[in-house]
Design a protein around this ligand. Structure first.
Ligand SMILES: [Zn+2]
Length: 234
């Protein structure tokens, strides 16, 4: 029973997410007061994985939490991609832990439940690329700048390189993308997948940028430019 409830809860969440987050074509019929129920769901192009949430705040500096920065930038990125005609899904639209919705992995580890929930969604929803948003933190307060990590595939490297170039331009940095094997999500997601570290919460300049609305929009635009460029050349 519990399993069915979880399944239903997830299905509802998925459906609600699709209805809220995807452009829906409602074909109006000839008569004004009759609207056809013929609703078309376009296939998703981009899944934005919003890092952390709920009791999992991610990296922090005083009362500034990574989970909030990830969500703020994710919403802006979502809006920019959608306005460019790219069907996009956010896997978290508010402050909650995805581990609570988990149905794929029976484990007592909240962290593993969270990760498998994020991965499970990539299997449920058709998509072209997967972008995970995170914020970096370091012991050295001078460490700064955005960094894009990617799966060990040519397509992922290409997507990462496009995003990194655009982010380097904004931050005036010259970082190179980093291939990773050990990150659970990047290892298991089937589509081209990247993890974007938006900047360092431990660096004063980056932090100011990360919590300022206008700057968050610029960061989201930079990521979107990279994604759009990748999609156009593919
Ligand atoms: Zn993180």
């Amino acid at each position: 029973m519990k399993k069915h409830y979880i399944q239903l809860k997830f299905s509802l969440f998925t459906l609600i997410a699709i209805i809220i987050l995807s452009p829906i074509t409602i074909q109006a019929s000839n008569t004004e007061d009759e609207i056809s129920t013929d609703i078309m769901f376009p296939s998703t192009a981009v899944i934005i994985d919003v890092g952390h949430g709920g009791i999992d705040g991610g990296a922090s500096y005083e009362n500034i939490l990574e989970k909030d920065i990830n969500l703020a930038v994710a919403k802006k990125l979502y809006a920019i991609l959608q306005s460019n005609g790219i069907p996009t899904i956010l896997n978290r639209t508010d402050d909650y832990a995805l581990s609570e919705d988990n149905q794929w992995l029976k484990t007592s580890s909240r962290h593993l439940k969270d990760l498998s929930q994020r991965m499970g969604l990539t299997r449920e929803i058709e998509h072209v690329v997967f972008i995970s948003l995170h914020v970096n933190a370091g012991a050295n307060a001078r460490a700064h700048g955005p960094l894009v990590l990617h799966q060990h595939t040519g397509e992922s490297a290409l997507l990462a390189t496009n995003i990194q170039a655009s982010m380097n331009n904004l931050f005036d940095t010259s970082k190179n993308v980093v291939p990773v094997k050990t990150f659970y999500l990047l290892k298991h997601v089937k589509s081209p997948a990247v993890l974007v570290e938006l900047g360092f919460i431990s660096n004063a300049t980056d932090r100011e940028r990360l919590i300022t609305r206008n700057e968050q929009t610029k960061i989201a635009s930079a990521i979107a430019n990279g994604v759009l460029h990748y999609l156009w050349i593919n």
